[in-house]
Design a protein around this ligand. Structure first.
Ligand code: PCA
Length: 192
């Protein structure tokens, strides 16, 4: 079972991103994971993801990012074919009102077992909700991109996205615990 887990680097004026902090902790606990940190750059991030998919050829891809404004871990079930950046990416690009790919569907569903992951996290005392709105920034873009590449080139693989609260709202050790449980569940589902 090969699992690729990605996180994003800092953006939006913060010096750290909860997703890369949590990914570092997760990698310490589960050294067999394939991990990558992606930049908040709308051209470089999809390229790096495509390269990671070619290199790892994963059975499952778990993408992580941070989202302010919520104290709950959010399991994203949909990616939207839209680029509507609320702030520039790290290279200063700010596409607004654009499609990611005019020839593609309006939205694509993630393929990780969100309901099971949510139930497991709630049972373990985590704040967790299902979301169909990953925003229209880099996290949505990378989820959309990855689901399409996986559909085309790795059709056996599952992929999905988890938005973590900011570090100040959900301590890294708690986030790592939640992610380790999500990973265990993904592995169980893939091996069942
Ligand atoms: N969150 C942003 C991009 C990178 C990240 O961690 C988002 O929600 O799109």
């Amino acid at each position: 079972m090969k699992l690729l887990v990605t996180a994003f680097g800092p953006f939006g004026g913060r010096s750290r991103n909860a997703s890369s902090l949590a990914l570092a902790g997760l990698k310490q606990r589960l050294p067999w994971l394939n991990t990558r940190i992606l930049p908040v750059d709308s051209v470089v991030a999809p390229r790096r993801m495509s390269r990671a998919l070619r290199e790892v050829r994963p059975d499952a891809v778990l993408m992580l990012g941070e989202a302010g404004g919520s104290g709950a871990i959010r399991l994203e079930t949909l990616a939207w074919n839209e680029l509507d950046f609320r702030m520039p990416d790290s290279a200063g690009r700010q596409p607004q009102g654009l499609c990611i790919d005019p020839s593609a569907a309006q939205s694509i569903a993630s393929t990780l077992p969100s309901g099971e992951i949510r139930a497991c996290l709630l049972e373990c005392g985590h704040a967790c909700e299902i979301s169909s709105d990953p925003g229209r920034y880099l996290c949505n873009q990378i989820l959309f991109h990855t689901l399409r590449v996986v559909e085309k080139h790795h059709p056996h693989a599952k992929a999905g996205f988890i938005h973590l609260p900011l570090e100040s709202d959900y301590p890294t050790t708690r986030a790592v615990d939640a992610l380790a449980r999500a990973v265990a569940l993904i592995v169980r589902c893939r091996e069942a």
